[in-house]
Write a protein that binds this ligand. Structure first.
Ligand SMILES: O=P(O)(O)OC[C@H]1O[C@H](OP(=O)(O)OP(=O)(O)O)[C@H](O)[C@@H]1O
Ligand SMILES: Nc1ncnc2[nH]cnc12
Length: 150
């Protein structure tokens, strides 16, 4: 699998971009919400999105793909399977049954917390964090802090 020439790659990226939609004033007035659900309705754009990450990371010795709840769970497992890495769920509070480590963070519309099972990631692991988007960056920073604990 390859993204081919620069032109083919640009065309696929434009195809992916064209499926994304921006909704004004959701979930609160003044916000511009980037909605990925139309991408999921388009099998070619969805597959191109997964393939893009697989192509980029397949030879990077990634041993763990960490998906951020909830939208990171849409993309992360397919990428993990394709590159031969384990998948670790970074979950919202009180969802994981085992011993967890937690990290609080701020969002555009409030604050939240991510949790990960102790032992799911170990010091020799090399991680790829997957989510649908970055807004303030608070969520991905919290994920990296969790992973950096080990
Ligand atoms: O860069 P940030 O400002 O931290 O925002 C980005 C995060 O916000 C969204 O998730 P959200 O917390 O809304 O949860 P959801 O995926 O369950 O809808 C999005 O999926 C990212 O995880
Ligand atoms: N602007 C945005 N669009 C979609 N999801 C988000 N999560 C945080 N900010 C967001």
């Amino acid at each position: 699998m390859s993204f081919g020439t620069e032109g083919e790659s640009a065309s696929r990226i434009n195809g992916i971009k064209s499926t994304l939609r921006i909704i004004s004033d959701f979930p609160k007035p003044g916000m511009l919400f980037s909605d990925i659900t139309p991408l999921l309705l388009d099998p070619k754009a969805f597959k191109d999105t997964i393939d893009f990450f697989v192509e980029r990371y397949k030879n990077e010795n990634i041993s763990v793909v960490a998906g951020i709840e909830s939208r990171g769970f849409i993309f992360g497992p397919s990428i993990a399977l394709a590159i031969g890495a384990k998948f670790v769920a970074l979950r919202k509070p009180n969802k994981l049954p085992g011993e967890v480590i937690s990290e609080n963070y701020d969002l555009e519309y409030g604050s939240d917390c991510l949790e990960m099972h102790v032992g799911a990631v170990t010091s020799g692991d090399r991680a790829l964090v997957v989510d649908d988007l970055i807004a303030t960056g608070g969520t991905v920073c919290a994920a990296m802090n969790l992973l950096g604990t080990f």
